[in-house]
Design a protein around this ligand. Structure first.
Ligand SMILES: [Zn+2]
Length: 183
């Protein structure tokens, strides 16, 4: 037995009417970076279908080195595989989506943060920097972080948004921009 049993039954239902999606550029031309919170599933809150948008999720939906590396790789991949199809001066938009009531906001409390550092082996400073207590502020910081990374392709734009757990609404904090040095 596994706790996956009932989910595998749902998968069986899914597979019955499934048709495979070929490897092609994501049709929404968006890559979503958001929190791993189970109340913040982009497929559901943004109505994404298979083949529409790659999604990167971590605690808080933060733009970490690992996220920057993934974005750089996906831009390379898109250029290699699909560079000869359609417009070649743009690849996709990275939409960074932070949210209200984020669990990482607990890390603002020094006692909680100290305990978390001991339990996970991460530094208190790293944990403090990862906290999303004001999603409008952190999403701005993360959009800037990605836009100023030398690893970001000049063909990739970045936008910032906040998902409100209470209302289900996503609002845009920063419209999509390309890295300044590239234009
Ligand atoms: Zn969160």
């Amino acid at each position: 037995m596994t706790r996956m049993t009932s989910l595998l039954e749902r998968n069986e239902q899914f597979a019955r009417t499934y048709s495979p999606v070929a490897l092609a550029p994501p049709t929404a031309e968006v890559l979503v970076v958001t929190c791993l919170d189970h109340r913040v599933d982009p497929a559901i809150i943004l109505g994404l279908e298979l083949g529409e948008a790659p999604v990167i999720r971590n605690a808080g939906g933060r733009v970490t080195e690992a996220v920057i590396d993934d974005v750089a790789f996906l831009a390379f991949l898109a250029e290699q595989l699909f560079g000869d199809q359609g417009a070649t001066d743009t690849l996709f938009e990275v939409a960074v989506v932070h949210h209200t009531q984020c669990g990482t906001s607990l890390l603002v409390d020094p006692t909680f943060r100290h305990q978390a550092a001991e339990a996970t082996g991460q530094s208190e400073a790293a944990l403090e920097a990862s906290a999303v207590s004001d999603p409008h502020a952190t999403v701005k910081a993360d959009v800037e972080r990605l836009l100023t990374s030398p690893l970001l392709s000049p063909k990739v734009s970045v936008s910032g948004h906040v998902y409100d757990i209470a209302t289900g609404r996503v609002t845009t904090t920063l419209d999509a921009r390309y890295p300044q040095w590239s234009r």
